[in-house]
Design a protein around this ligand. Structure first.
Ligand SMILES: Nc1ncnc2c1ncn2[C@@H]1O[C@H](COP(=O)(O)OP(=O)(O)OP(=O)(O)O)[C@@H](O)[C@H]1O
Length: 269
């Protein structure tokens, strides 16, 4: 299988703390890869490093066979789109204005706004169901509406590699499925390579071709969801007891959490 992105022995640190610690990982071309793991295990940092928003302390990220450190910012932005966790924009900005910002890597003094830019913005807004919100100010939207606008902005970028960090955060069930189905269609019908961070293991198992479990800045296991969705391994990575059964609709593994092996919250101090 060809790798679209490869992470080679990557370490990313905040001061003396290595959030990503010697990670080697392949993201196969034209597949959906899902990163999962407990809070603070380095998923967002890894994704941001893939988009070169964090410098590597050591190791490298390759796009095909090119080291991303050798690419110009707009070249990289035309290849890899990232919806980061908790992005921010001015509250008085309008929806369509934000989505249009997704087109910045395609523009220059020589190449101003084009009909292709307009089409990409419209497709992204209709695909994510935010077209009817186009004139609303961001500050007036609900959390889920705003999240869909951000997803539209990244999709308007029309990159071959689409990275979404917890894209279904704040979304109701219908919009979670709509969002992941849209990304899945972009993958199947347009051959886009997709990397998602998801906390919901059942959605991860349903949409991933390749699942990656991370813990404490390292990859614990990567592979077919059917191999990783295993009670003992989930217990080790996430610290819960669970049962894994087969989802009777999609025939994918489904995790039923039962008990936390070391509860983080106490009723009394
Ligand atoms: N700006 C920062 N400065 C210092 N430490 C940071 C910073 N951002 C993240 N960290 C630390 O780096 C580690 C990895 O954080 P990261 O956000 O990558 O984890 P995550 O797996 O995405 O977590 P979550 O599931 O909670 O979103 C954590 O210990 C976190 O506290």
């Amino acid at each position: 299988m060809v790798d679209r992105v490869s992470v080679d022995n990557l370490t990313v640190a905040y001061g003396s703390h290595s959030a990503v610690n010697g990670v080697t990982l392949s993201v196969p071309k034209g597949k959906v890869t899902v990163l999962a793991g407990p809070n603070g295990c380095g998923k967002s940092t890894l994704l941001r490093a893939v988009r070169r928003l964090h410098a590597a302390q050591s190791g490298k990220v390759l796009l095909g066979d090119v080291d991303i450190s050798r690419l110009k910012e707009k070249e990289l932005a035309r290849e890899i789109g990232l919806l980061a966790q908790s992005p921010s924009a001015p509250e008085d900005m309008r929806v369509e204005e934000l989505v249009r910002l997704g087109r910045y890597p395609h523009q220059s003094m020589m190449q101003p706004w084009s009909p292709e830019d307009g089409d990409a913005v419209e497709n992204a807004m209709f695909g994510t169901g935010v077209a009817q919100l186009r004139d609303r100010r961001l500050g007036s939207l609900s959390g889920g509406q705003l999240q869909r606008v951000w997803i539209a902005m990244v999709l308007a970028q029309e990159t071959d590699v689409i990275c979404l960090d917890e894209p279904v955060n704040h979304l109701d069930m219908a919009h979670q499925i709509d969002c992941l189905d849209l990304v899945s269609r972009l993958n199947r019908e347009r051959g886009r390579t997709v990397v998602l961070v998801l906390h919901d293991l059942n959605l991860a198992a349903r949409y991933a071709d390749r699942l990656v479990f991370l813990k404490e800045g390292k990859v614990v296991r990567a592979g077919d969801p059917a191999e990783l969705m295993e009670e003992k391994l989930i217990g080790e990575v996430f610290g819960i007891q669970c049962r894994v059964i087969e989802d009777p609709v999609h025939n994918r593994p489904m995790c039923i959490p039962m008990r936390n092996t070391s509860p983080r919250f106490a009723v009394e101090a």
